[in-house]
Structures are given as structure tokens and as C-alpha cells.
Design a binder for this molecule. Structure first.
Ligand code: PMP
Length: 434
């Protein structure tokens, strides 16, 4: 039995004639796994319904934001009430203050500035770090994604401490020749880069727990080492919590590292969950650094829809319901699903490796520990594609790429989890047959 897909296929055809590749963000297309992306018409709780009426348990959760599940009735009620008061004024509003207070209360940030996407958050944090330090060089790690910021769409240069080259056409060499790209979890590479370029380094940026090459946790103490290396060099340590913030744990990815090891980042970026499914993101951090932003300071940064009242209302409604019970539920659902997936893959003889960070996990289709991007790249993408399609066919929507986190929500109840578990053995066999 194959699911009907004619309505999605027809929409995809129309989409391709007016939008490059038919999608507004590349990974939504099924380029990595083949086939036609499903056009989703509605979502409720843990479930998506596509244009043909097929239902799927959602393990993408909008790539992280939908912490409470889709169309949460209380969040929707607050959003609906906010919409009726008007959708954007271009003036300061109370929900912005409330959301900022909530974020400051929950995180290491002393002050925050709102933007509309994670990309804007990291771009602005880098600009602020450069303005604050009066330096230009930025350090990042291979396989860490920080949005499509020119300076951060960079690939490693020819040597460890040599400057990067553009990671995509369209980024001028002048945008990446102040960026250093290092292998993740590699202290020697960090030491070498700071030894050679330390006085020129404005900032080092790292995902709080890297999730954009699949989950690759920092080795114990690695981020403490980064924080100390930055401090000693007078560079700012920027922690990217766009994916992990309010998601990996109640304290984000930092809850697994800095909270235990006793360090705080100078700047931090947020997105996804804090917008409750609307376009809202933020960067924040030390008050003395943030005070360099205009209009208080002279580092320019702005946005017509920044702090939008609907987005901040949705974010606040979400964060206020993100209780310890919610994180405990996410933990349990993630553990049940990842354990069962691993058992099914083992039974079918498919090499794999589960890695997790709090409530977030991913499955690499290879054996052995994955410590960096080179390790993550050495997986069997064809086996994943077969697994993905067999899950989809059974009503489970996984990320259409082997390099992504599987996200659960508070709405992933026993029924939804059981539906995922029931689909796993057949999908594992499909992966084994590749
Ligand atoms: N940083 C991280 C860690 C991310 O995961 C993402 C998006 N996946 C971004 C930044 C960019 O966010 P956005 O897509 O909202 O621009």
C-alpha cells in the first residue's frame, strides 16, 4: 500500500514554477532522500495532516520550535487575542518586555535584543562582538551551523589556523577571509588558532550542543576550555542556543555544560522555541557588552518587525508553559523512541549510533562515536533515505536528512509514541536491504 500523494505532487509542481526548488528553505525539499515533499495543510498536537489527507506523527516539530506541540489551545487563545489588538505597531510593546524578562530570568543573558530569525541573531551578535572588541576575526567550527550569515557560511582553509573560504557561491572571499573554521572537539586546533591570531580574534561562536550535523556533544570540559581561551585572549565567547535554547534542557544546551562546569558565555543567541512557531529570535548576554548596541551605544542594529507583538505573545505563552514536567515528558518520549529505534536497527543489522543532548537526539547511520563533522559525514545516507521513506509510508515524518535532530514535543503522548514504535522494525529492514 502506498499513501496517496497526488495533491502534494500537484502543489510541488506549482511551487517549482514560482519558487526555486519549490521550497522556501532547502532542507524541506527531499533532495537528500529523494521523492516529493509533503505539503502540510494542518497540524494538531503531535500530528501533521498533508494535502492528500495523510496523517503523520511529527518528529520535526518545525525544526524545534513546537515544544508544546502544534495548535496548543492556550497558546492559540493568547495569540488570537493578540491578533485582534493589531499585528504590528512599530512601537515598543508590553509583550516584548515580558518576554525579555522571562528570557533573562531563565538564561545567562543579562539583556536581550529581539530579531526575527536565528540568522539575524548570530549576525548581530558577531557585529556586536566586533564593535565591542574593535577586532575583526571570528572563529567557528566545521559542522556548526549559525544561519546563512555570509561570514559564517565558510569552509576551512588549507591549514588549521588559515582563514576560511566561502562555503557557497555568492559569498565573497572578503566576507570569509576574517573567519577561521576549526574541527570541533579539537583543543589543539583551538590553541594553535589563538596562538597565531589571538589579538585579532573578536569572537568564537559555537552551538551550545552542536545539532546541525546531528547531535555531537562537546567532550567534557571542551566548552569550558573555549570560554577560558576566549577570556585569556580578550575575545568574546558566543554560545549559539538557537536550536538548543529552552529545548535541550530547561536551561538549554548551557544546562548540560556551563551550568555544571561553572562558566557563562559573553553573548548568547536564541530562536525557535522562544517564538512559539512565529518568527522571533534574540541575542543577549553581558549587560556591559549589550550596552554597546544602538541606541544606547554605537553598534547599529535594527528591525521593522523585531519584537513583533504576535510573535512575542506566542513565545511568552510557550515559555510560561515550558515547565519541568514538560522537559521530563520530552526526555521520556525521546528516550523511548531512540531506544526503540536503536533496538530495531540492531535487530535488522544496520550499523548506527544514537547521540543525545538532554531531550534532543539524532541517529547516525554508522558505527562508533561521532566527535566532529568528518565523523558525521562518514555515514550511510542511502540507508537513511530508505529508513526515512519506510517511516513516512507508515505515517511518521522524520527530518528528510541524516544530519538532523529528531524533535519531540509535550504533545507526543502514548498514542503518538506507540505509532512511531510500531513503524520502526519495517523501516529498519528497509535500511538493511539497501
Ligand atoms: N543557529 C543554529 C544553531 C540553528 O540551528 C539555526 C537554524 N537551524 C540558526 C542559527 C539559524 O536560524 P534561522 O533558520 O531562524 O535563521
Amino acid at each position: 500500500m502506498t499513501l496517496p500523494t497526488s495533491a502534494s505532487a500537484a502543489l510541488f509542481e506549482r511551487a517549482r514554477s514560482v519558487t526555486p526548488g519549490g521550497v522556501n528553505s532547502p532542507v524541506r525539499a527531499f533532495n537528500a532522500v529523494g521523492g516529493t515533499p509533503r505539503f502540510i495543510r494542518s497540524a494538531q498536537g503531535a500530528w501533521l495532516t498533508d494535502a492528500d489527507g495523510n496523517r503523520y506523527v511529527d518528529l520535526i516539530c518545525s525544526w524545534g520550535p513546537m515544544l508544546l506541540g502544534h495548535a496548543h489551545p492556550e497558546v492559540l487563545a493568547e495569540v488570537n487575542a493578540a491578533v485582534l489588538r493589531g499585528t504590528s505597531y512599530g512601537t515598543p510593546t508590553e509583550p516584548e518586555v515580558e518576554l525579555a524578562e522571562e528570557i533573562v530570568r531563565r538564561t545567562t543573558a543579562e539583556k536581550v535584543r529581539f530579531v526575527s530569525s536565528g540568522t539575524e541573531a548570530t549576525m548581530s551578535a558577531i557585529r556586536l562582538a566586533r564593535g565591542f572588541t574593535g577586532r575583526d576575526v571570528v572563529v567557528k567550527f566545521a559542522g556548526n551551523y549559525h544561519g546563512h550569515v555570509d561570514a559564517l557560511l565558510a569552509s576551512a582553509g588549507s591549514g588549521l589556523a588559515t582563514f576560511a573560504v566561502p562555503g557557497t557561491p555568492g559569498v565573497p572571499a572578503s566576507a570569509t577571509d576574517l573567519t577561521l573554521v576549526l574541527p570541533y572537539n579539537d583543543r589543539a586546533a583551538v590553541t594553535a588558532a589563538f596562538a597565531e591570531h589571538g589579538p585579532r580574534i573578536a569572537a568564537l561562536i559555537v552551538e551550545a550542543v552542536p545539532g546541525n550535523m546531528g547531535i555531537v556533544p562537546p567532550e567534557p570540559g571542551f566548552h569550558a576550555f573555549l570560554a577560558e581561551t576566549c577570556r585569556a585572549a580578550g575575545a568574546l565567547f558566543v554560545l549559539d542556543e538557537v536550536m538548543t535554547g529552552f529545548r535541550a534542557t530547561a536551561q538549554g544546551g548551557w544546562g548540560l555544560t556551563g551550568a555544571v562546569e561553572g562558566w557563562t558565555p559573553d553573548l548568547v543567541t536564541f530562536g525557535k522555541v522562544m517564538g512559539g512557531g512565529f518568527p522571533a529570535a534574540a541575542f543577549g548576554g553581558r549587560a556591559d557588552v549589550m550596552s554597546h548596541l544602538s541606541p544606547e551605544g554605537n553598534v547599529y542594529q535594527a528591525g521593522t518587525l523585531s519584537g513583533n507583538p504576535i510573535a512575542t505573545t506566542a513565545g511568552l505563552a510557550t515559555l510560561r508553559r515550558a515547565t519541568d514536567e514538560v522537559y521530563a515528558h520530552l526526555d521520556a518520549a525521546a528516550t523511548t523512541i531512540s531506544d526503540a529505534a536503536s533496538a530495531a536497527l540492531t535487530a535488522a543489522g544496520v550499523p548506527h549510533r544514537v547521540q543525545s543532548a538532554g531531550t534532543m537526539f539524532s541517529i547516525f547511520f554508522r558505527d562508533g562515536e561521532v566527535k566532529n563533522f568528518a565523523d558525521a559525514s562518514a555515514q550511510d545516507e542511502k540507508a537513511y533515505a530508505a529508513f526515512f521513506h519506510a517511516m513516512l509510508e507508515q505515517g511518521v515524518y522524520l527530518p528528510p536528512s541524516a544530519y538532523e535532530v529528531w524533535f519531540v514535543s509535550a504533545a507526543h503522548d502514548d498514542e503518538a509514541v506507540a505509532h512511531v514504535l510500531a513503524a520502526l522494525p519495517k523501516a529498519a529492514q528497509a535500511a538493511a536491504a539497501v
